[in-house]
Write a protein that binds this ligand. Structure first.
Ligand SMILES: [Zn+2]
Length: 193
């Protein structure tokens, strides 16, 4: 049993994790996401689907108590978003829907970037910055209110991945995604910090 779990762990390749602590992710403990989480994922999906059609990646989402906050992994050929239930509860309590939407938009951004990078995406941006640019794009397409946009940005700044550059580097990239996808730069600047 121990050996089998070990090989399963090795087969899951982590693309992103928005946590400073490593996970002991166990795919056996994947559970169906809550309805609330699915609804927010649907909102992000609807915002970005026009950017990747017809090559949009298949993405599954699971709730898993062994995930490190939130993770994007490829496992046995499937790409999965995994979230730790306590993490989503805590983000929701501090930042509301905007916080969860931001986390999901960043993760979906990683997945879409692999199949449909837009012309404005800078090749010099590392994968974490590119996922941020996608998140900014999703914020514009979801037409977030000023306060939701601020909550989204605060959530992303609070939960970087271990390889993220500092916030001063990330903010202009988020802004570029936002304005390239039809968002108003002045609204973005009002919500940024
Ligand atoms: Zn990431």
């Amino acid at each position: 049993m121990v050996k089998l779990l070990y090989s399963l762990f090795l087969s899951a390749q982590i693309i992103c994790t928005l946590a400073s602590t490593p996970s002991s992710y166990n795919a056996y403990l994947d559970q169906r996401p809550t309805g609330d989480a699915m609804e927010l994922a649907g909102t992000v999906n609807a915002a970005l689907v026009s950017m990747c059609r017809p090559n949009c990646p298949a993405l599954a989402m699971f709730r898993n108590s062994t995930a490190a906050n939130v993770m994007l992994v490829t496992d046995a050929g499937r790409t999965k978003i995994l979230y730790k239930p306590e993490f989503f509860t805590s983000v929701y309590e501090s930042y509301g829907d905007g916080g969860i939407l931001a986390i999901l938009a960043h993760e979906v951004g990683h997945a879409i970037d692999a199949v449909a990078p837009p012309h404005w995406m800078k090749s010099g941006w590392a994968p974490e910055l590119r996922a941020d640019a996608w998140a900014g794009c999703a914020f514009a397409k979801m037409n977030l209110s000023g306060s939701a946009l601020k909550s989204s940005l605060m959530t992303l700044s609070k939960y970087p991945s271990p390889t993220h550059p500092n916030w001063a580097t990330r903010l202009p990239v988020l802004r570029a995604g936002y304005t390239q996808c039809g968002g108003d730069g002045a609204s973005f600047d009002k919500a940024s910090f």
